[in-house]
Ligand binder design. Structure first.
Ligand code: PEP
Ligand code: MN
Length: 296
């Protein structure tokens, strides 16, 4: 059989037998929380890494909405790398979910938040418009199936060591449950540190066009987790839009240096607003004058 993607790890047999649903070209656009995902509108999800307090999440929601964000992000349940906790460094859990609900009501934004355990799916679904499957759960297939069966849109983050082929495998598990609203988020892969000891990951920009050769599902990026370094978030966000990203996830915090988690990576409100203006400008030149929420 002719290989449509010579030199790639994905073969035509894969498209037919391993992830036929993910590889299906469909014109129906994915929507979540009333928002359409595509490279013309490029909805932005913004907010803190962790839902630290009610005040923080409400304030952030209102500010990022004013700058044009469509979704509030923030983890009440967090896959923290180490098991130790302090007063500041502790997931807010069910209480944090309530605060997210308050921020949603007060800002009118839709909410995306991570869920890590099946037992919390129903509760998280009460608040979330999109369930975030974190990089670390990308290969937790029974969990992905259960999350997909809730019927909520899912964002499946790429594991930092996973190939595009493996990522499609995870997406296929969700699609096979009959959930069509799946979006894919690149968040940086592990490579030797060539730039800076703290740059834990490298944003794999070329996975955007690579994924789009195969799927019509939305593909976007999280440059905050990839770069781990606020000054690099804007260039990588703009580069993502230039590469065809269908959405962005950006960490924003009112006081980045005092963020409970990953204080090097969030933008402050002014930086976020400046980024949003550049995203709008870039979109309008890439999309030949089109912008806004109405894809044609
Ligand atoms: C997050 O977005 O809060 C997060 C933990 O991301 P990732 O799963 O990509 O590490
Ligand atoms: Mn993090």
């Amino acid at each position: 059989m002719e290989n449509k993607f010579p030199g790639k790890d994905i073969t035509p047999e894969d498209l037919a037998t391993k992830f036929p649903l993910a590889a299906r070209k469909q014109s129906k656009l994915v929507t979540a929380g009333g928002i359409t995902f595509d490279s013309r509108s490029v909805p932005v999800m913004a907010g803190p890494n962790m839902v630290e307090s009610e005040q923080l999440i409400v304030e952030t929601a209102i500010k990022v909405r004013e700058s044009g964000a469509k979704f509030l992000r923030g983890g009440a349940f967090k896959p923290l790398t180490f098991p130790y906790r302090s007063d500041k460094y502790r997931e807010s859990g069910l209480e944090g979910l309530k605060w997210l609900g308050t921020a949603k009501r007060e800002s009118g934004l839709s909410v995306i938040t991570e869920v890590m355990e099946e037992r919390y799916l129903d509760t998280v679904c009460e608040v979330a418009d999109i369930l975030q499957i974190g990089a670390r759960n990308m290969q937790n297939y029974p969990f992905i199936q259960a999350a997909a069966r809730t019927g909520k849109p899912l964002m499946i983050k790429r594991h930092f060591g996973a190939s595009l082929r493996d990522w499609f495998g995870a997406v296929e598990y969700a699609l096979l449950e009959g959930n069509e609203n799946i979006i894919m988020c690149e968040r940086g892969v592990c490579v030797p540190h060539t730039h800076r000891a703290t740059s834990r990951f490298m944003l794999d920009l070329q996975v955007i066009p690579a994924a789009k050769e195969i799927t019509s599902l939305p593909v976007g990026t999280d440059p905050s987790h990839a770069t781990f370094w606020a000054p690099w978030v804007e260039p990588m966000a703009l580069a993502s839009v230039a590469c065809g990203a269908d959405f962005l996830m950006i960490e924003v915090h009112p006081d980045p240096k005092n963020a409970a988690v990953d204080p090097l990576q969030p933008l402050n409100f002014e930086e976020f607003s400046a980024l949003m203006r550049k995203v709008e400008a870039l979109k309008s030149c890439i999309c030949d004058g089109a912008s806004g929420d109405s894809p044609d």
